[in-house]
Write a protein that binds this ligand. Sequence first.
Ligand SMILES: Cc1cc2nc3c(=O)[nH]c(=O)nc-3n(C[C@H](O)[C@H](O)[C@H](O)COP(=O)(O)O)c2cc1C
Length: 383
Amino acid sequence: MSRLARTQSIADLRALAKAKIPRMVFDYIDGGAEDEVTLRRSVSAYDDYELQWHALRDVAEIDLSTTIMGQNTPLPFLITPTAANRLFHPRHGELATARAAAKSDLIYSCSTIASQTVEVIAAANPGPKWVQVYVWNDRKIVEDFLIRAKEAGFTGCILTVDVPVAGKRERDPRNYFSVPPKISLPLIRQVLARPGWLADFLTSSSITAANFTEFETDQDIMGFIDSQFSKSVSWDDAAWIKDIWGDRFAVKGISRAEDAERCVEIGADAVWVSNHGGRQLDTSVPTIDLLPEIASAVAGRADIILDGGVRRGSHIAKALALGATGIAIGRAWLYGLGAGGEAGVARAIDILEDELRRTMALLGVTKIADLTPDLIRRRGTTP
Ligand SMILES: Cc1cc2nc3c(=O)[nH]c(=O)nc-3n(C[C@H](O)[C@H](O)[C@H](O)COP(=O)(O)O)c2cc1C
């Protein structure tokens, strides 16, 4: 049995990814901003929510299907957008994930700074797919990109709003990390130690922001973000993007109830609670802790998508029970991609599905709608 087939958890996939890809690339996935407090707490905060099951319930049939932003889906989780996937799997990158998602009929999201074009990704993924945008200094670029994505078959748009400037991710400059990676003297040892990745890297095309080849991307990714993306994005821009897109629309990177209200006011279909996986504002609040206040502000007027720190099926169950409509997973599948390409992403999806199914059976519930706050007790509190 292969090492990939023997992985039992997302933590196992992380360990395998670490063994397969060079340190600078692993750290780009794994790392967060500054002291990485939010990154760590976003995972550990789930432990503060303890579960109380119903005894003697019939759990022979469990149905994990639900609807997120009007999209029916067999599983309540989806692929969150992440940049430059060919770093983690130089040959296929986004295509590996898009294919794995399509095989499970999972909603796939593509980053603005994907390393494959929206047309090529759409050709690999006949399933439901959404596209993520940042607001560029030149607004026309956003408009043209959205037109292309729509023509390619993307049916949802995600506007990310937690990157007015790039977060301070200290692992990357320490590791001489750039996109595309330059194999300079200090990096030779770590890339030679990962021959599979190196062979793929050397024999496939250069890694770029494939949808925007007219831009100079031969710099570190944070420099690219800071030079091209607008620092003056406002709610008017959000409303404008929603209008030009004219289909399912989510605002990603919400951490306050009043901002969730603004999303509802501009007619967003989903409020996406996210701290960018702890990569932006360090010491910001773990998303699971934000959920009750945001769910109460939204009060059913829009869907709520949550991401951040999800590494277990039980994390998904807890977030759904506390008011999320759907859960987006990030590093969980990125570790799978680094560990084994398309098969690795499929393994991550299988692990989370199996864990969620098992958690629900142990809780005594059989449908996503049965995941309600009464199943959860905040550690240290009494009912
Ligand atoms: C390597 C990496 C690249 C990312 N790139 C993007 C991006 O291009 N656009 C975006 O909106 N979010 C991006 N994110 C944030 C994710 O969409 C998501 O918010 C985060 O990964 C969720 O946390 P988790 O990784 O703990 O699941 C990225 C995250 C990672 C780890």
